[in-house]
Write a protein that binds this ligand. Structure first.
Ligand SMILES: Cc1cc2nc3c(=O)[nH]c(=O)nc-3n(C[C@H](O)[C@H](O)[C@H](O)COP(=O)(O)OP(=O)(O)OC[C@H]3O[C@@H](n4cnc5c(N)ncnc54)[C@H](O)[C@@H]3O)c2cc1C
Length: 386
């Protein structure tokens, strides 16, 4: 079978792959986006099937999504303050949007709405749904669809296929199982959120409540066995456990939506050994959701890659790939280190560490410049807005 030439093949049309296709608008390159999930024929627009996750988008991600015309119409709840504390220990800090001169520290959106918004934005890439990239040998990519097999010869293949780093041959990956599960659900509390997010560190793992519509998106990180136990409880019993873990600050927990569980790992590629390919988003680095960094970092991958491609005659050349990897290295490493050390530092009950954590949170609360530094890092990443 003859291979069809294309400049850039994006393998995976999740939020990062879809964003990359938008960011490549006007680059002059032909682009194919191949997404394994099928199009949702029920909607007016093509949307892959559902994911219950809520995603905290940083203010910098809002700016990038605006540039991609994917922001207008995206339903979001702004985060104006973030309250950080530890269970059973002193010290807490409050980070405010005003600390870093932004209208909001971030915005909470449904994964599905984000995906829908990215796919609805004007895009001239050829988008194939129900199209699984089944192999890539460095020069040819095979894509399976219902109609049969298509062979492409891309100048550059970008893997945006999510947390599948370990499955891909020729891509050595670092992998660490946190032995934690993120239990997620929408919940409503007695007290309204007023734009405040809560990050509460417990010995079992962090418990986050992100303002989301009239309630909160809960991300509760716990041991897999306890997650299974909590997921099986009836709603009143689940809400009582949540209340006990979070404390009294929001009054009673009144309502909970459907619960889903995500096992948590840290996984990232050390290097890409196949020519004419690279990875972005979760395919390049899958992070613990503790600081809500995964998509934000992936979006910066996509944006920066597209900026390089706008200026490149051959986006798959060794020089192009090396320059892109160099440019992304600092932000990626900082994102990986930051989330991994937060998990290590806060997910235990060592009394000395607890004391140190309390002092750290207190210091952060008293020192506006330190708060500003931490908040800006979370908003813009290690290299500032690309
Ligand atoms: C509980 C939880 C909470 C989170 N909260 C946040 C948050 O608050 N903020 C934040 O920034 N991040 C958050 N994240 C991380 C965020 O969800 C991911 O970083 C983000 O979804 C990565 O997007 P992606 O497009 O790279 O990968 P994915 O979302 O995994 O999408 C990959 C896509 O590739 C497709 N695909 C897979 N294989 C193939 C193939 N062979 N061929 C074609 N297509 C393929 C899949 O169908 C999918 O659509 C959270 C993660 C979890 C688990």
């Amino acid at each position: 079978m003859d291979a069809e030439s294309v400049d850039i093949l994006i393998a995976g049309g999740g939020p990062v792959g879809a964003a990359l296709a938008l960011a490549l608008e006007g680059s002059g390159h032909s682009v194919i986006l191949a997404e394994a999930r099928s199009a949702d024929s029920a909607g007016a627009r093509s949307v892959p099937a559902g994911d219950a996750r809520a995603i905290a988008l940083s203010y910098a991600s809002r700016l990038l999504l605006e540039r991609m015309h994917a922001w207008p119409g995206l339903p979001v709840t702004p985060i104006e303050t973030i309250h950080v504390s530890q269970q059973g220990g002193f010290g807490r800090t409050l980070i405010r949007a005003a600390d870093c001169d932004v209208p909001a520290l971030g915005y909470v959106a449904n994964y599905d709405d984000l995906q829908r918004s990215l796919l609805a934005a004007p895009c001239s890439a050829r988008r194939l749904f129900g199209a699984r990239v089944s192999s890539f040998d460095g020069s040819k990519a095979i894509v399976q669809t219902r109609e049969g097999e298509h062979v492409f010869a891309p100048r550059l293949t970008v893997f945006a296929d999510g947390a599948r780093v370990a499955d891909q041959p020729g891509a050595p990956a670092y992998s660490k199982d946190y032995r934690q599960t993120a239990l997620i659900a929408w919940v409503r509390t007695e007290q309204a959120h007023h734009g405040r997010a809560w990050e509460r560190f417990t010995p079992e793992g962090p418990l986050a409540l992100l303002p989301h519509g009239a309630g909160y998106a809960l991300v509760w990180t716990i041991a897999p066995e306890r997650s299974a136990h909590l997921a099986a409880l009836d709603t009143p019993a689940f809400l009582a456990e949540l209340h006990a873990a979070f404390g009294e600050r929001l009054g009673a927990f009144l309502e909970a939506g459907e619960r889903s569980a995500f096992p948590l790992v840290l996984r990232y590629r050390r290097e890409e050994t196949r020519p004419r390919s690279l990875a972005v988003g979760n395919a390049a680095q899958t992070l613990h959701p503790v600081a809500g960094q995964g998509f934000n970092l992936g979006l910066r991958d996509a944006w920066e890659l597209a900026q390089f491609a706008h200026d490149a005659r051959d986006p798959g050349s060794e020089r192009f790939i090396a320059a892109y990897r160099r440019a992304r290295s600092l932000d990626r490493r900082a994102g990986i280190r930051f989330t991994d050390s937060l998990v290590g530092l806060f997910s235990n009950s060592d009394p000395l560490l607890k004391l140190g954590r309390g002092a750290g949170l207190l210091a952060l609360d008293l020192l506006p410049f330190a708060r500003r530094f931490v908040a800006r890092r979370m908003i813009y990443g290690a290299r500032g807005l690309p």
